[in-house]
Ligand binder design. Structure first.
Ligand code: PLP
Ligand code: TYF
Length: 394
């Protein structure tokens, strides 16, 4: 049987980490995989997470199965965190999933059950796992333009033009905030424009929100998602706790489905639990319980928010430093967009050739599409990167 297998395409982002590890240069800089790192290059366990885990060790008295949808309290706190009061609770179905990726996968499978012929529209570019999972599931897809490499901004006109071809019932995948890989995001007026267009088209929005709290703060980062959730009968939302709680390996995420009323919500909930049962049965619990513990305890919650804010402001500071160094060294403002971008990533907007030059000549590792993880920088490496960008003729 196994002799019939052929090699599968590798994940380019994860392969880059391997290449980085094998590079013997001590001056190398890792701007690859999207994991938050502090100034010393370490990915810490957040204080509130440690405290919540400590509490669980002491107080948890069973590891018996939860439910197929995970712990209902996790759903409650996450719906509140991501959707605020945008939609009445009895219109939101939710299941815990293995990470945000699990939520995307379960959301796509829900679409397959409900609307197998729907086309899934995703941004060009997007996180490579979007098309990878969509194609693996054999679903129809199309792309819409999103990024203008000349300005480093959202290509809003191109986006609306392409989404003008959406057919009724098609699904449009949007990044809730901190667009991966570009770092360029919709403004609130632009979100409103997209909402109006998708309403006219009778489309179903599907929001992937994996970086809430990494851009403009927890509330502002949720604003686009909330505006969408409030504006449609049906919306899917895949939320990840990997980044904003720093619990990457715990595999903590949630799929939410906004239904038009509570009856529709019940059937969606039942289908989502069914899909969990088909794919992995009960979702992982530890990370979800840590998140619930933090969000329901005022002290832990305040400490988590404070640390998340430190992380966010640290990345903004690195962005400002990098834009500043590049302004000085290039005698131009053409890299100013780096300070405008939000989240972990920015797309520099250069060719794979130049990305390779940065790696070969300077030991700077970024993804081939010139995506950089800003959190991979520190005060010492910012000027090194800036000079390397100039030396490489970018
Ligand atoms: N969506 C995007 C855009 C991401 O960048 C990530 C990051 O890993 C995810 C979803 C899901 O992450 P995870 O499955 O680790 O929670
Ligand atoms: O885009 C990133 O770097 C993160 C981490 O298959 C990641 O989202 C990268 C690749 C992957 C899973 C997660």
């Amino acid at each position: 049987m196994l002799e019939h297998l052929s090699e599968q395409p590798k994940d380019k982002i994860l392969s880059l980490s391997e290449a980085y590890r094998e590079d013997p240069r001590t001056t190398k800089v890792d701007l690859g995989v999207g994991v938050y790192k502090d100034a010393s290059g370490h990915t810490p366990v957040m204080r509130a997470v440690k405290a919540a885990e400590q509490r669980l060790v002491e107080q948890q008295d069973t590891k018996a199965y939860t439910g197929l949808a995970g712990d209902p309290q996790f759903s409650n706190v996450m719906i509140k965190l991501v959707l605020g009061d945008a939609v009445p609770r009895d219109r939101v179905a939710a299941v815990a999933t293995p990470g945000g990726t699990g939520a995307i996968r379960q959301g796509l499978e829900l679409i397959k059950l409900a609307a197998p012929d729907a086309t899934i529209w995703y941004s060009d570019p997007t996180w490579p796992n979007h098309p990878s999972i969509i194609n693996y599931l054999g679903m129809k897809s199309k792309t819409y333009r999103y990024f203008d490499a000349n300005t480093g901004n959202v290509n809003y006109v191109g986006m609306l033009t392409d989404l003008g071809a959406v057919m009724p019932g098609d699904v449009v995948l949007l990044h809730g905030c901190c667009h991966n890989p570009t770092g360029a995001n919709l403004t609130m007026p632009q979100w409103k424009g997209v909402i109006e267009l998708l309403q006219q088209k009778s489309a179903v929005p599907f929001i992937d929100i994996a970086y809430q709290g990494f851009g403009d703060g927890l509330e502002k980062d949720g604003a686009g998602t909330q505006a969408v959730a409030a504006a449609f009968d049906n919306v899917l939302i895949a939320a990840s706790c990997s980044k904003n709680f720093g619990i990457y390996r715990e595999r903590t995420g949630i799929l939410m489905a906004v239904a038009k009323d509570s009856d529709e919500c019940k059937i969606a909930q039942q289908n989502m639990a069914f899909l969990n049962r088909q794919n992995f049965s009960f979702p992982p619990d530890h990370g979800a319980r840590v998140v619930t513990t933090i969000l329901t305890d005022p002290e832990l919650r305040a400490d988590w928010q404070a640390e998340l804010e430190e992380v966010r402001l640290g990345m903004l500071d690195l962005r400002a430093q990098l834009a500043d160094e590049l302004r000085k060294r290039s005698n131009s403002d053409r890299f100013d967009f780096l300070a405008e971008h939000r989240g972990m990533f920015s797309r520099l907007g250069t060719t794979p050739d130049k990305v390779e030059t940065l790696r070969r000549d300077h030991g700077i590792y970024m993804v081939g599409d010139s995506r950089m993880n800003i959190a991979g920088l520190n005060a010492d490496t910012v000027p090194v990167l800036a000079q390397a960008i100039i030396d490489a003729g970018i």
